[in-house]
Design a protein around this ligand. Structure first.
Ligand SMILES: NC(=O)c1ccc[n+]([C@@H]2O[C@H](COP(=O)([O-])OP(=O)(O)OC[C@H]3O[C@@H](n4cnc5c(N)ncnc54)[C@H](O)[C@@H]3O)[C@@H](O)[C@H]2O)c1
Ligand SMILES: [Zn+2]
Length: 355
């Protein structure tokens, strides 16, 4: 299966079970016979690096690997500099390329490095988490975290190709798998009602039954939104549905809830608040909650609106006294709405009240 992402410099996303062992065959001609540097983390390294390396070596690529420790606390400028120095030491040139093999952290870091090393070399995304496949590997956003917050330094820098083997999701733990589910449900909710309904209530096993098709539809949805707004000046913001509240929940709970759990809660909160504020005619919060019934118990909304508001307001999406929130019009169609920053407190309050 192939999806074309029609950004300024278009590229393909190939999704195929078992593709990892023959990934070299799918690389664009321009990358052939070059040096490939695989960037990955210590969890993914033993699982999938040997398969990728074997495919590359048998196609006559010169292969190096760089492994860093997994986890958000290693998605840092310090780690980034370490990798840049490694590339320079092994004399990677502008005709060589990077392979980001891993989840969203590897993808964001490796993409950023590709964007700045020698003012930009090419890179390939090989997402190995469900979230990376449906979300972070597509669209060209790259970043590292700074002390003041997540993803504060980065670039928009698109890959040459994305190669996704959904077989790799078998080794994910349940929380990491469910993080991808949140983004998949979000994509359905913001732009495709039938797709949203087809995912609703599915268990992990049921997702895996037609996982390649599910990834493909997600990539199509995200690709279409990104192609219309590569630099996030307008409609790409729709992808942030549930994320302002979700981001605040993640911080308030000191990351005890995962990104996906927080976004699921954020989408429920925003739907309920949008209805109570009269921004839409129907309260979709229960349908969103039901979409996750195959994964987790009831979605926890025991947070204080004030605390969420303080945290939510420091969100980088804030623009002066006005902020954009994403609200549903109906299932399959969300819209961007500009509100005053103070109104967000009321939105959070209404969204947190059960009835
Ligand atoms: N660039 C974007 O548009 C974008 C979008 C969404 C999220 N993100 C970023 O993505 C990151 C989250 O991505 P993630 O959820 O993939 O997290 P991650 O990269 O931390 O991966 C989650 C965990 O799973 C492990 N792992 C990865 N693949 C595995 C596999 N196949 N089998 C077993 N273990 C595996 C990793 O080592 C890690 O411990 C965040 O930093 C977020 O900011 C970026
Ligand atoms: Zn997200």
């Amino acid at each position: 299966m192939k999806v074309k992402i029609n950004v300024k410099k278009p590229y393909d996303v190939i999704i195929e079970k078992g593709i990892l062992s023959e990934m070299a065959e799918y690389l664009p001609i321009g990358l052939k016979k070059k040096t490939a540097v695989i960037i990955t983390d210590n969890n993914v390294m033993p699982l999938y690096e040997p398969i990728v390396r074997k495919s590359l070596e048998s196609a006559d690529f010169n292969v190096f690997s760089y492994v860093f420790k997994s986890g958000e606390k290693h998605k840092t400028p310090e780690e980034l500099v370490g990798i840049l120095n490694f590339l320079a030491e092994i004399k990677v040139t502008r005709s060589d390329f990077i392979i980001a093999l891993g989840g969203g952290i590897v993808g964001d870091m490796a993409g950023f490095i590709a964007g700045i090393y020698l003012r930009g070399i090419r890179y390939v995304q090989i997402p190995t988490t469900f979230l990376a496949a449906v979300d972070s590997s597509v669209g060209g956003k790259t970043a590292v975290n700074l002390k003041a917050g997540k993803n504060l330094a980065g670039l928009f820098y698109q890959p040459e190709i994305v190669i996704c083997d959904p077989e790799t999701f078998h080794t994910l733990d349940n929380v990491t798998f469910a993080d991808g589910v949140s983004e998949a449900v979000k994509h359905g909710f913001i732009s495709d009602e039938m797709f949203f309904r087809s995912l609703s209530g599915k268990t992990r096993e049921q997702y895996m039954e037609n996982i390649a098709e599910i990834v493909m539809r997600n990539v199509e949805i995200k690709g279409e939104i990104v192609a219309g707004d590569e630099l996030e000046k307008g409609k790409r913001q729709l992808l942030n549905f549930g994320h302002t509240a979700g981001h605040a929940i993640e911080i308030c709970t000191n990351h005890a809830v995962s990104h996906g759990q927080a976004v699921a809660a954020g989408m429920v909160l925003m739907s309920r608040a949008a209805y109570k504020k009269g921004f839409c005619d129907i309260d979709f919060s229960q349908e969103i909650e039901a979409a996750f019934s195959g994964f987790q118990g009831p979605i926890n909304l025991n947070y204080s609106a004030e605390k969420l508001y303080e945290t939510g307001l420091s969100d980088k999406k804030r623009r002066g006294a006005k902020i954009n929130i994403i609200i549903p019009e109906r299932i399959g169609k969300c819209v961007i709405k500009e509100i005053n920053a103070e109104e967000l407190l009321e939105v959070f309050r209404l969204g947190l009240e059960k009835k």
